[in-house]
Design a protein around this ligand. Structure first.
Ligand SMILES: [Zn+2]
Length: 104
């Protein structure tokens, strides 16, 4: 069986590492992130909001992989430092209905 079928974040886990869209937007504006990455964070958050909250673990995983893809090492460093939570859930993160592997 595929690993992806075996794992889904529990609601408790989700709640403990989540942030409201409003707080997230304030946080992003206060950080010296590049415009492309800030935009990616906002777009990800808008499509993954659930009960007013965004999962920080999935957001962190997505954002770090984007920073790597877009070759933005300074942004990568900022996100690694600011987001204290774990990265994704057991090597995966959720983007809408898709379970994506976290790149090495
Ligand atoms: Zn998550």
């Amino acid at each position: 069986m595929q690993k992806s079928l075996l794992y889904f974040p529990t609601s408790k886990e989700y709640y403990e590492d989540s942030i409201s869209l409003y707080s997230l937007q304030n946080m992003i504006q206060s950080l010296p992130l590049s415009i492309p990455l800030s935009r990616e964070i906002i777009l990800f958050s808008r499509r993954n909001i659930m009960r007013g909250q965004v999962c920080l673990r999935c957001l962190k995983a997505y954002t770090l992989s984007k920073a790597k893809n877009l070759d933005l090492p300074e942004d990568f460093e900022i996100i690694s430092r600011i987001f204290k939570c774990e990265t994704g859930h057991n090597d995966y993160y959720l983007d809408k209905e898709d379970l994506e592997p976290i790149p090495e």
